[in-house]
Design a binder for this molecule. Sequence first.
Ligand code: ADE
Length: 414
Amino acid sequence: MSIIRHPEWAEKGRMAVDWASAHMPAIGEILKKHRETSPLSGVKVGGSLHVTKETGVLVKALKELGADVALAASNPITTQDEVAAHLSDVGIHVYAFRGETRGEYLTFIAEIVDFEPDIVIDDGGDTHVYLHEERQDLLQSIVGGTEETTTGITRLRALSEAGKLAYPIMAVNNAKTKRIFDNRYGTGQSTIEGILRATSLLLGGKVFVICGFGYVGRGIAERARGMGSKVVVTEVNSLRALEAHIRGFSVMPLEEAAKIGDIFVTATGQTDVIRKEHFGLMKDGAILANSGHFDVEISKEDLEALALKKREGVREFVDEYVLSDDRRLYLLGEGRLINLVAAEGHPPEVMMSSFSNQILSVIYLIENDGGLDPKVYDIPKEIDSEVADFVLKGWRIAKDVLTDKQKRYEKKWR
Ligand code: ADE
């Protein structure tokens, strides 16, 4: 049983998932290794992820390893409906369509929970939190969960520190083979792509302000510079501010950056980063976009309160706010993750590493059923390096190996 919008788009979805799959060869390598033993046979995997062609490759792989899979969206406006149609067609329970209301979004998460999964996979933590708040009766039966993103890990660590986390969580986000490639290169490219698809404007010569210089911010900064923008970074963390400076970016408080920026992108995981006092300083025509998980980084409340007039959809994914002095500010994608709203999210090559970690973490949880405490675990080094090996193999890249003499040399302290 599924709830989707366009079942008739299944063939288009199949082609999209096949396209992604062809560019995610490591997943095929994992299947080659594990297919025969069906390690997920009889296991129910349920969760919420962005329903994209890359997620399609992930959930089909889980199914091929024996799992029964139910999938909801992790954001109400990022679902690729053709992918949802195809996944439903091949026997995955899908509850997702693009443009869900908040009520529908929560109902679909409830459907996933009603499926009574053994393993919960999540992007942002909404399903894990829903389970802990609304369905405590099910918590004991859950073997474990995975979490894809920084925001979700932050929430789950808080749940754990409050002594309330009920099952082990594998922090996929923290694997090196996830964070370095996905957060930096994936978000770097796809955020720029989202802004370009939404605006169709030139980046060369623009002052491009990035709030936050974590992995995501760094990736966007490098790509924006590569497109010829003058990049300004704002940060609250001293080390990151220093790193941005030494990499050659201008670093200044947002009060200063607000006056000169043409394009603003938030990538902090925080709330109310761009707010009233900043909107008041911006140039006519400034463009605002968010790359963080939740739509709280650009204060829409302040923007609505300041604007005398709002014109929705002046272009697809672009809303215009006209302020009292006739300045116009443009909010992209309702302040939601611009890379998934206006573009298709991270490229398949990047999601290959992230989702290899997901698959191997799910297998790890099943293999260690009963042996793990209810806390947030970093991905074991062995899994991280196995993923790197699968990716190298998938890309047919050979690496060198240490000689015996070199191995002995490494062990010497004298
Ligand atoms: N998060 C960012 N990009 C994604 C993608 N292409 N698929 C699923 N989740 C994502």
